[in-house]
Ligand binder design. Structure first.
Ligand SMILES: NC(=O)C1=CN([C@@H]2O[C@H](COP(=O)(O)OP(=O)(O)OC[C@H]3O[C@@H](n4cnc5c(N)ncnc54)[C@H](O)[C@@H]3O)[C@@H](O)[C@H]2O)C=CC1
Ligand SMILES: Nc1nc(O)c(N)c(N[C@@H]2O[C@H](COP(=O)(O)O)[C@@H](O)[C@H]2O)n1
Length: 275
């Protein structure tokens, strides 16, 4: 049995039941489903902010909802963030729940694969990246970087040495991701690389892009932590593009159905499906 770590998080069995209907099915090695179970999840303030300002990290989740997020990480094969988040936060993107690989468990069992959406190769993971350091230390997996350019051999070799890789896709020339990567292509590429479930954590640009009606059928589950604070103006806001009906009247951009709420400490967690 691997050594117990003092920084491991606890998430009680009694809280897990609430989340179960909103999680991907437990995967089998022979599972041939063609699509990726996709969960959109993030922590927000009462004024829909993810962070106090662009380029900064803001702690919103309390200890219980943070443990919940780490439990979600253990139940998905991958975590996806945009390069803005990778640069701003230098995140760990691993799972620190007691009992998963690297935190008392065997190998890398329960550790999700970090995915960074970085079309123009802005992320310099070669210096001081927590994700790569954790991968080297056996407490997380090396990232897959989804890009639209060919990386330098230096970056490619460094990533591959740690067990990660670059996945190069074409920029979309139509639809709601014109000039970017299309989510249908991103999720298909993940499936082609063996990923059966992914939680998309953010940041603002990623969430606002994905919350467009065109992609609603790609998202299986939405799980949002709401913290009892207002961050104020100038933050990184979740607010997808406006929609209008045929006569030009504004209509809601997106809405959840089958909604359930659960308090975690001072936060509340909302689970639902996109209509
Ligand atoms: N409270 C929370 O749960 C979370 C908060 N954050 C916060 O969000 C902030 C970062 O958000 P943003 O600046 O909006 O950056 P972001 O993390 O959304 O990354 C934006 C970048 O991702 C790439 N991207 C996004 N969609 C794409 C697409 N369809 N195709 C190709 N590339 C695409 C582009 O390069 C874009 O510039 C940080 O302050 C971070 O702390 C991030 C994640 C979760
Ligand atoms: N659930 C949640 N609560 C918050 O308060 C947050 N700021 C975030 N941010 C996301 O988590 C990443 C940091 O994760 P590590 O602890 O470094 O693994 C950060 O990059 C955001 O994606 N999430």
């Amino acid at each position: 049995m691997a050594e117990r770590r003092r920084d491991a998080l606890q998430f009680p069995e009694s809280e897990r039941e609430f989340l179960e209907p909103h999680l991907p099915p437990k995967h089998r090695a022979d599972d041939n489903t063609s699509r990726v179970f996709t969960t959109l999840t993030f922590a927000t303030s009462l004024d829909s902010s993810l962070a106090l300002s662009p380029g900064t990290q803001t702690l919103l989740s309390g200890p219980q909802s943070k443990a919940m997020t780490h439990y979600l990480r253990s139940r998905h094969q991958a975590i996806l963030v945009g390069v803005g988040t990778a640069i701003a936060d230098n995140p760990s993107l691993n799972c620190r729940i007691e009992g998963v690989g690297g935190y008392g468990g065997d190998g890398l069992e329960g550790q999700p694969r970090p995915i960074v959406l970085d079309p123009n190769l802005r992320w310099d993971f070669s210096s001081d990246s927590k994700v790569l350091a954790l991968a080297a230390d056996g407490r997380g997996r090396a990232p897959y970087v989804i890009c639209a350019k060919h990386p330098s051999d230096l970056k490619r070799v460094l990533l591959e040495q740690r067990g990660g890789k670059f996945i190069t896709l074409n920029i979309s020339d139509t639809g709601p991701s014109k000039g970017k990567l299309d989510w249908t292509d991103i999720l298909q590429a993940l499936r082609d690389h063996g990923v059966q479930s992914v939680m998309v954590e953010g940041g603002g640009a990623v969430i606002n892009n994905l919350l467009q009606p065109h992609y609603a059928t790609l998202i299986d589950s939405v799980i949002v932590t709401i913290a009892p604070t207002w961050l104020g103006q100038g933050g990184v806001v979740v607010s997808p593009p406006r929609r209008c009906s045929a006569d030009g009247t504004p209509v809601p951009a997106a809405r959840l159905r089958d909604v359930r709420w659960h308090p975690f400490g001072e936060d509340v967690v909302l689970c639902g499906k996109l209509q």
